[in-house]
Write a protein that binds this ligand. Structure first.
Ligand SMILES: *Cc1c(COP(=O)(O)O)cnc(C)c1O
Length: 377
């Protein structure tokens, strides 16, 4: 039934038929670890909740639909989703990674998987020759974010998917854009990953991760790993993401209009050295953003004079709460150098100490602007 529906309709209905026995319109929270069998192996499709749970099934069908993919998989966190993808590989395999990624991704790859014999090249994905030069016969995956965290630079999904050799998995962390603004599978990516903790959940009340993909054998491998390693979300967490995702389209519209207005205002402020937002004409990849995204999202980064100015600003906002994370209805502010990206300090992907990152919420934009004004003072 959900084949030809539009995004906003899918967000509310995909994977979520009314409960056949009771008519409950909301997917029940199947808070159970196991399922009774009539005879060994004679069951109704569920045996044990690590392997499968009906609330999780609904969420997995939803993310597949929202990303225009055939298959979805849900995990206990975004990093658990990434970790499960990494278990596809063997010692000696090589992964190319965009040189501006979520700090936790960097930590998982460099501090954990390097110990297991995987090798990584950190590459500027805006430079096609550098990407081409990084492929080796051992390369098994290209991992990227677009827009990136925290520098909001873009990768050309079509160009990168085309440039990767056939046997290389192209995986896109789509957390910042959300499927409401960008659907990487339609540009040729093989796997899309989300931290559903962020925009998909949208209310800062759950930690979760998702994968969406089209290839059946890759899905079967990942499904095997999901059950074998077991980093699955509980049914309550799946329910919260299902509920949050219903308003994703609406929320992303408001996140995007608020963020654009704030980015423009910051661009005119004398204390601000630079504003990074793909919706600004001054963004070097603004044209690519218009081609690849249907909106520019709620994340805005700005560079102040130095670390002291950045620390001062993030301590003075009142509506923008000083916290890690992003993508909730409420606005957040943070200092990547000392917070989310502290694990990259002294590395080749270290961030500017004067950088401040905003997750612009869906509050009234005038209240948000007044808060930023008094904080920059
Ligand atoms: C938060 C985040 C992650 C990690 O997700 P968790 O749910 O915190 O494990 C990965 N990628 C990006 C871009 C993120 O913002």
């Amino acid at each position: 039934m959900t084949d030809k529906l539009h995004f906003d309709t899918l967000a509310i209905h995909a994977g979520q038929e009314p409960d056949p026995t009771t008519g409950a319109i909301m997917t029940p929270i199947y808070q159970t670890s196991t399922f009774v069998q009539a005879a060994p192996g004679d069951h109704k499709g569920y045996e044990y909740s690590r392997s499968g749970n009906p609330t999780r099934t609904a969420l997995e069908a939803l993310i597949a639909a929202l990303e225009q993919g055939r298959y979805g998989l849900a995990f206990a966190s975004g990093l658990a989703a990434i970790d499960t993808v990494m278990k596809l590989f063997n010692p000696g395999d090589h992964i190319i990674v965009g040189n501006d990624v979520y700090g936790g991704t960097f930590r998982l790859f460099e501090k954990v998987y390097r110990r297991f014999g995987l090798t990584f090249s950190w590459v500027d994905l805006g430079n096609p020759e550098k990407v081409q030069a990084a492929f080796t016969p051992q390369t098994k995956m290209l991992w990227l974010e677009t827009p990136t965290n925290p520098l909001l630079s873009l990768a050309d999904l079509t160009a990168l998917a085309e440039s990767a050799p056939q046997n290389v998995i192209v995986a896109v962390d789509n957390t910042f854009a959300s499927p409401a603004l960008q659907q990487p599978l339609t540009f040729g990516a093989d796997i899309v990953m989300h931290s559903s903790t962020k925009y998909l959940g949208g209310h800062s009340d759950v930690v979760g991760g998702l994968l969406a993909l089209n290839d059946e054998s890759l899905y079967n491998e990942l499904k095997f790993l999901q059950n074998a390693a077991g980093a699955v979300p509980g049914p309550m967490d799946c329910f919260l993401v299902l509920r949050g995702a219903k308003t994703l389209g609406l929320r992303m519209e408001r996140h995007s209009t608020n963020a654009l207005q704030i980015a423009r205002w910051l661009e005119d402020h004398s204390a601000v050295r630079r504003v990074l937002y793909p919706g600004l004409e001054s963004h070097p990849q603004h044209e690519l953003a218009k081609r690849q995204m249907t909106g520019f999202g709620g994340m805005v980064s700005l560079i102040l004079e130095d670390e002291q100015a950045a620390r001062k600003m993030v301590s003075r906002t009142k509506l923008f709460a000083l916290a890690e994370s992003l993508g909730g209805v409420e606005s957040l502010i943070e200092h990547p150098y000392s917070m989310t990206h502290a694990s990259t300090a002294d590395s080749e992907i270290a961030v500017d100490p004067g950088l401040v990152r905003l997750s612009v919420g869906i509050e009234n934009v005038d209240d948000l602007l007044a808060d930023l004004q008094q904080a920059l003072g």
